[in-house]
Design a binder for this molecule. Structure first.
Ligand code: KIV
Ligand code: ZN
Length: 387
C-alpha cells in the first residue's frame, strides 16, 4: 500500500453505538454497514459480539453482507470474548479480531487490579490466541495516551511478536493534545524495534474537542490508520468525526499529503442516515455535515458567494454530496442576495417593485429569524400589486 494512504476504520456501529441512547438494531446496523462499504471505508467495526446475543447476531449479519470492507469485532483479552468475536466475523471475506487491554497505571490498578507484568502476559496470550483463529488481529492499549512510555513500548513489541498486524493507541478519555499525541506516536516509531511490522493506528475521543486535531497530528508522525465515526458519534463527547478527518485531508492536501479511499460524495447521506437511525440530531453549525455548513446569511458573504463561491467556501457542497450552497434569507442579507433569490424563484420585477419588496423584506427579517420562500412570495405579490 502507498505509504501516504491512511486506512479509515469506522467504529460508528461499535464505539458510536456506546453513546447512551444510540443503540441500533440488526437491520439498522446492516443498512449503515452497506453504506459505509459503498463509501469506501476500509474497516468497519460492527460491534462487540460478547456484549449480547443481539450484538453478536448484528455483527454476524454485517459480516454476511459486506464484501469489500474488512469486518472487525471487539474483544477483551479473554478466550471467551475472542472466540465469540471470531465466530461473529468469520463469514466476511475479510475479517479482523480487535482485542484490547488497559495499559495505564490508573486502569491497571483500579479497573483491572492487575500488576503490569500480568497485563503484559495477557497481551501476549490474547493476541496469540486470536492469531490462531484469524489472520488479521488488531491490538489496542486502552488508555494508551496515559500509559508510561517504557511499558507501552514493551506491550506494543509483545503484541507485534505475538502476531498483531495493527497496533492501536487510543486516547480513551480524550486527554491528549495534538503535539503530545504526535510525539507519542513518533516515540513508538523510534523505540519499538519491530514497529515496521505493523500499522500504527489512532483512536481519539473528543472530551476536549481535540479528537480530529489529535488524529491528524498523529498521521504526521507515523500513524496510518484512523479510527473514527460518522457525525463523531461515540462515548461521552464522542469519537473523531470521519467526515472532518477525510475532508481536512482532502482540502489541505498541500500541508497533509495523505489520501483515504473514501468517496466523499456519500458523506451527507451517511450523516443523515446515522442521525435518522440513532435519533442524534446533528448540531446546525457542525463542520461538514451541519445544516449551516454551506449556508450563508450575511450580506457581505452572500455578495461574495454570488461573485465567486471560493470567497467564503473552502470546499464545494457537491464534494460532500450536497447539491448547492444555500443563501439563507435573514436580516443580514443584502440587496444582491435578495435579487438573486427573486430570480431563482422565477420573478422578474421592475426596479421600483424590487426596492419596495426589499424594504419590506428587511422589515420582516427584523422580526423573524429566517425569511422563508412563502414570506417572499407574499412580499412580492404586494410589491407587484403596488408597482
Ligand atoms: O476508547 C477506547 O480505548 C476504545 C478501545 C476499546 C479501542 O474504544
Ligand atoms: Zn473508544
Amino acid at each position: 500500500m502507498d505509504n501516504n494512504r491512511v486506512i479509515i476504520f469506522d467504529t460508528t456501529l461499535r464505539d458510536g453505538e456506546q453513546s447512551p441512547g444510540a443503540s441500533m438494531n440488526l437491520e439498522e446496523k446492516v443498512k449503515i454497514a452497506l453504506l459505509l462499504e459503498e463509501m469506501g471505508v476500509d474497516v468497519i467495526e460492527a460491534g462487540f459480539p460478547i456484549a449480547s446475543t443481539g450484538d453478536f447476531e448484528a455483527v454476524q449479519a454485517v459480516a454476511k453482507v459486506v464484501k469489500n470492507s474488512t469486518i472487525a469485532g471487539l474483544a477483551r483479552a479473554t478466550k471467551g470474548d475472542i472466540e465469540r468475536c471470531a465466530e461473529a466475523v468469520k463469514l466476511a471475506p475479510r475479517h479482523r479480531i480487535h482485542t484490547f487491554i488497559s495499559t495505564s497505571p490508573l486502569h491497571m490498578k483500579h479497573k483491572l487490579q492487575m500488576e503490569p507484568e500480568r497485563v503484559l502476559e495477557k497481551v501476549r496470550e490474547s493476541v496469540a490466541f486470536a492469531r490462531n483463529l484469524v489472520e488479521d488481529v488488531e491490538w489496542s492499549a486502552e488508555d494508551g495516551s496515559r500509559t508510561e512510555h517504557d511499558f507501552l513500548c514493551r506491550c506494543v513489541e509483545a503484541a507485534i511478536d505475538a502476531g498483531a498486524r495493527t497496533i492501536n493507541i487510543p486516547d480513551t478519555v480524550g486527554y491528549a493534545v495534538p503535539d503530545e499525541y504526535a510525539a507519542l506516536i513518533a516515540m513508538l516509531v523510534n523505540r519499538v524495534p519491530n514497529m515496521d511490522k505493523a500499522i500504527l493506528s489512532v483512536h481519539c475521543h473528543n472530551d476536549l474537542g481535540l479528537a480530529v486535531a489529535n488524529s491528524l497530528a498523529a498521521i504526521a508522525t507515523g500513524a496510518r490508520q484512523i479510527e473514527c465515526t460518522i457525525n463523531g458519534l461515540g462515548e461521552r463527547a464522542g469519537n473523531a468525526a470521519m467526515e472532518e478527518i477525510v475532508m481536512a485531508l482532502r482540502t489541505r492536501h498541500d500541508l497533509m499529503p495523505f489520501t483515504t479511499g473514501i468517496k466523499t460524495e456519500n458523506i451527507t447521506r451517511a450523516s443523515r442516515l446515522v442521525s435518522a437511525i440513532t435519533g442524534f440530531v446533528v448540531q446546525p453549525n457542525k463542520a461538514i455535515v451541519g445544516k449551516n455548513a454551506f449556508a450563508h446569511e450575511s450580506g457581505i458573504h452572500q455578495d461574495g458567494m454570488l461573485k465567486c463561491a471560493q470567497t467564503y467556501e473552502i470546499m464545494t457542497p457537491e464534494s460532500v454530496g450536497l447539491n448547492r450552497s444555500s443563501l439563507v434569507m435573514g436580516k443580514h442579507s443584502g440587496r444582491a442576495a435578495f435579487k438573486d433569490k427573486l430570480k431563482q424563484m422565477g420573478y422578474d420585477l421592475g426596479d421600483n417593485a424590487i426596492e419596495d419588496a426589499f424594504a419590506r423584506f428587511k422589515d420582516v427579517a427584523d422580526r423573524k429569524k429566517e425569511v422563508f420562500d412563502e414570506d417572499i412570495i407574499a412580499l412580492v405579490d404586494e410589491a407587484v400589486f403596488r408597482d
